[in-house]
Write a protein that binds this ligand. Sequence first.
Ligand code: SAH
Length: 387
Amino acid sequence: MNAHDEHAVYESPAREAAGTNLLGLSRTALERYFEARGERPFRAVQVLKWIHQQRIARFAAMTNLSKDLRARLEAEASVTPPEIVAVHESVDGTIKWLVRVAPDNCVEMVFIPDTPRGTLCISSQVGCALNCTFCATARQGFNRNLGSAEIIGQLWLARSMLESSSERSRTITNIVLMGMGEPLLNFDNVVEALELMLDDNAHGFARRRVTLSTAGVVPKIDALRQRCPVSLAVSLHAPNDRLRDELVPLNKHYPIRDLLAACRRYVAGDPREKVTFEYVMLSGVNDSRQHALELAALLADVPSKVNLIPFNPFPSSGYRRSPEHVIDAFRDVLLSRGIMTITRKTRGEDIDAACGQLAGVVQPRSQRMRARRAGRLAPAGAERLQS
Ligand code: SAH
């Protein structure tokens, strides 16, 4: 196996984009693209609107471009979203899509209607490398980062599928990067996709309606604040380093004190901003009154709100969900200390679409490489032809 084979398997999209895939280019990148071809930069705005607002993928239909430019784009570029391979709809209206990003790798995307809100939860990586002990995605291993076209492509596909229906409950009002993967470990591609979500010439979401959730990659929290300060959610899950080291191993690199300092910096300067702290309720692990008191003390000087997430089970997780009265008591301790706290409703459980249940189809790199070395897998090229 040579380096080229590796590239073919892991980096190629499901549908080969012919030429440059313009779907994932931010306005600035698109301006550079046109400038490099001797075109005026305002073409970028025209094309952005066609792609993201009209959701037109054929250049021939972009009627305010010159005929010559349309022909040239047809030859040299494409608008290629990833491919939907399965749809599951829950009894509660939640919809989960399996999105193919390579012949043998899929990520998951979920729409959660909660009138008047409609939240789209999208993925940022194929699998995840963080190994949080209570998360199903971690069990899948890690394959690769999604490209910006694959990230914004999820919103593009979801809007195409949902907003063609006239039902108001199917409008996407909020976006959360809380699907598979750690978004801050795929920083550049995630930021480019975020820019497209916010750009008025593309999707035009307000900054506060887009939330990035991280397990706590401290230096990138500061970088995000500089580049694209969307709403921040932090997966905290434990009120002290001893327990958090165990549940979220990333904590050994970025302990709670450093993480909370980054959170304070993130919202400094805007008294209305808060960081959302996610806290998964694991029976007998992190859900005692003592834990609640510790958490309240920790967050006393961070502008924060807390989302308690009842643990969503998956096979052989080894954890149980805290009983409802325990979750309520935990919430009441936080509320009594003046911390805004809600218990997140569990949605889409019957289709495995709830938090931490997204697993997609991931071929972990290390396992594959081991298997191929042992001669159990066909060479990369052959595999691609078979699928
Ligand atoms: N890597 C990012 C993005 C994933 S977000 C992050 O850690 O924030 C997914 C959210 O669901 C996180 O808060 C995660 O901790 C939580 N989660 C993971 N597994 C879960 C489970 N089994 N039950 C409930 N919530 C879970």
